[in-house]
Ligand binder design. Structure first.
Ligand code: ADP
Length: 206
């Protein structure tokens, strides 16, 4: 199954991506994680991306699209994938559709995690991650950057919701409640029975 997970910063995409991808037996591919790994490794890509990430801006499409194309060409993504954090602009969505069409594929579903903005700000400002045994705040989770990331989301990424709705791929779920509840909702939206580990994943509209 080829799935895109859409949703604002703080919606819980990363957490849900792990659970959903595990259940679908496909790799979870997070552009944010790939960028952060490159920043830590001080690669050329990381150095390019860091300036934009620290400001809460999007890394330019040409950098991001090339990176995702390479990742989708790896053997583990051949039979399916769950994309987390990509596409984030209409241009990225168009290029993704093109790359998949070249391979003779298309997306099966786009799942949008819906959370109201007040809750997002609350979650992001309290968020910490484990780095070298210590709980630290991501540089881009500082309050001023959080506000800017939400603005960028509203302007550049939120239009993807309508874009995918028009082509009949969009399913929206409320990303409020426990992690398990949201995962179960997500799986149901993908046509997978959360209770039955043997149900094979099928597109929700099949
Ligand atoms: P969040 O969803 O919490 O904002 P991510 O980990 O998905 O965080 O992304 C962190 C940062 O990485 C973004 O603010 C942006 O700078 C960069 N980034 C991630 N994915 C993309 C993308 N598809 N296009 C451009 N920039 C991206």
């Amino acid at each position: 199954m080829r799935v895109v997970l859409l949703g604002p910063p703080g919606a819980g995409k990363g957490t849900q991506a792990q659970f959903i991808a595990g259940r679908l037996a496909v790799p979870a591919i997070s552009t944010g994680d790939i960028f952060r790994a490159n920043v830590s490794g001080q690669t050329e890509l990381g150095l390019k991306a860091k300036v934009f990430m620290d400001a809460g801006d999007l890394v330019p499409d040409e950098v991001t699209v090339a990176m995702v194309k390479d990742r989708l060409a790896e053997p583990d993504a051949k039979a399916g994938f769950l994309l987390d954090g990509f596409p984030r602009t209409i241009a990225q969505a168009e290029q993704l559709a093109e790359s998949l069409a070249d391979l003779g594929h298309g997306l099966d579903r786009v799942l949008e995690l819906v959370v109201e903005e007040e809750e997002l700000v609350r979650r992001l400002s309290g968020r910490r991650m484990l780095v070298d045994g210590q709980m630290v705040q991501r540089d881009d989770d500082k309050p001023e950057t959080v506000r800017h990331r939400l603005e960028v989301y509203r302007e550049q990424t939120a239009p993807l919701s309508g874009f995918y709705e028009r082509v009949g791929l969009l399913s929206q779920i409320e990303a409020i409640g426990s992690v398990e509840e949201v995962t179960a909702r997500a799986l149901r939206a993908l046509g997978v029975d959360p209770e039955d580990p043997d149900t094979s994943a099928a597109p929700a509209d099949a």
